[in-house]
Design a protein around this ligand. Structure first.
Ligand code: GDP
Length: 197
């Protein structure tokens, strides 16, 4: 799959605003500042693609990008864990995301972006539970790996693996660095496998 062919398609605030539910799409989730935009940019090699999702008014939306392989899409889910959103907004957001996960037929896998130094927030854990519940395969990108020296990085990755042992929906746990390009190629390969079915 040519990930650098990604083009902004549309934004959706609710399930009924999503593009037609055909073909195959993979979604990217992560708390804000986890490095999600940088990871999407590294994978697509398009410097400002995910910035589209950060333009004011779009940060709370589900953003869809089409790829040149017909019927395939990347989906940038809103970053969670904003310090300043109200409890109500948070609940609304969880409902929309829950609807999307539960009902979207074309969703074939979830990529969860976590800062290697701060993995498994409460919301990360909830997302993993949802994916396990719906049998949705996941890839975990443990990003900003370049910020740790190799031994602490390795220990941290092992600790995440241990914490998640036995969770069947998790297919790949990949150390990643948008800065150094670490993990980009394996991530692309897994995404291609899911998108091409
Ligand atoms: P988002 O809010 O999850 O989309 O996060 P961003 O992609 O905007 O990244 C948040 C901050 O982390 C920015 O300052 C990035 O430059 C930095 N960052 C993201 N990925 C990496 C990485 O792999 N290595 C390093 N060193 N910094 C990163």
């Amino acid at each position: 799959i040519a990930f650098n062919s990604a083009r902004f398609l549309t934004s959706a605030a609710r399930l009924d605003q999503c593009p037609e539910d055909t073909g195959r799409e993979v979604a990217f989730a992560g708390r804000s500042n986890s490095g999600k935009s940088s990871a999407i940019n590294a994978i697509t090699r398009i410097g400002n693609l995910a910035r589209t999702s950060k333009t004011p008014g779009r940060t709370q939306l589900i953003n869809f990008f089409s790829l040149s392989t017909p019927g395939t899409r990347l989906v940038d889910l809103p970053g969670y864990g904003f310090a300043r959103v109200s409890r109500n907004t948070q609940k609304q957001w969880e409902k929309h995301l829950g609807d999307y996960l539960a009902h979207r037929q074309s969703l074939v896998s979830m990529t969860l972006i976590m800062d290697l130094r701060h993995p498994l927030s409460e919301f990360d854990a909830m997302l993993i539970e949802w994916c396990e519940h719906h049998g949705l395969p996941m890839m975990l990108l443990l990003t900003k790996a370049d910020k740790l020296k190799s031994n602490p990085a390795r220990r941290q990755i092992e600790s995440v693996r241990r914490d998640l042992e036995g969770i069947e929906c998790i297919h790949h746990i990949q150390p990643f660095s948008a800065l150094k390009g670490q993990g980009v190629e394996p991530a692309r390969n897994h995404l291609s496998d899911w998108l091409l079915g």
